[in-house]
Design a protein around this ligand. Structure first.
Ligand SMILES: [Ca+2]
Length: 172
């Protein structure tokens, strides 16, 4: 596979392949995920399983920001939507967070930056087909400072924060 060779040349371990592209018709698409960000409250030591928790609030924040949180300590956020990538290729995703965070494309965990720590960046690679891919970012903070930045790098895309303009939801 060409893409696998590229990853090998880059000297990084690929975390998985996501060749399947979720195709949306243009009229099935809406720009802003209205329930893009679910906010939770709890005093955890690692990222919780948000599937087992009831969110306190769901909001349509513009991208991966902490604006949807309900308080400044002992809280968690889960962002879920679809990411549009323009070209087939290998993409690198970065999470810089205080405290912990993870990023998934589909069910594939691409970046694991969990743990209690000051702002720290970790990254991971994944091969993506052009089009829409389900993206999930989970984040939590126990105390003190809090921050989250989700960035990516790929064919024709210099490393930059993932902009809200490439995030979508399906119309219901
Ligand atoms: Ca903190």
């Amino acid at each position: 596979m060409k893409v696998a060779c590229l990853v090998k040349q880059l000297g990084s371990r690929p975390v998985g392949w996501c060749a399947a592209t979720l195709a949306f018709d243009a009229d099935e698409r809406a720009d802003l995920p209205r329930d893009f960000c679910d906010a939770y409250e709890g005093d955890w030591k690692v990222l919780p399983n948000f599937d087992e928790l009831k969110p306190k609030k769901s909001t349509a924040v513009p991208g991966f920001t902490l604006d949807g949180r309900t308080r400044d300590e002992a809280f968690g956020l889960r962002f879920r939507g679809y990411l549009r990538v323009p070209r087939r290729g290998v993409y690198k995703f970065y999470l810089a967070s205080d405290d912990g965070s993870k990023l998934y494309i589909g069910k594939q965990e691409v970046v694991d930056n969990d743990g209690i720590h000051p702002v720290m960046e970790r990254s991971g690679w994944i091969a993506l087909g052009a089009g829409m891919h389900p993206i999930t970012v989970t984040y939590w903070d126990t105390a003190g400072d809090q921050s989250l930045q989700v960035s990516y790098f790929g064919p024709g895309i210099a490393k930059q924060p993932v902009p809200a303009a490439v995030l979508f939801r399906r119309k219901r």
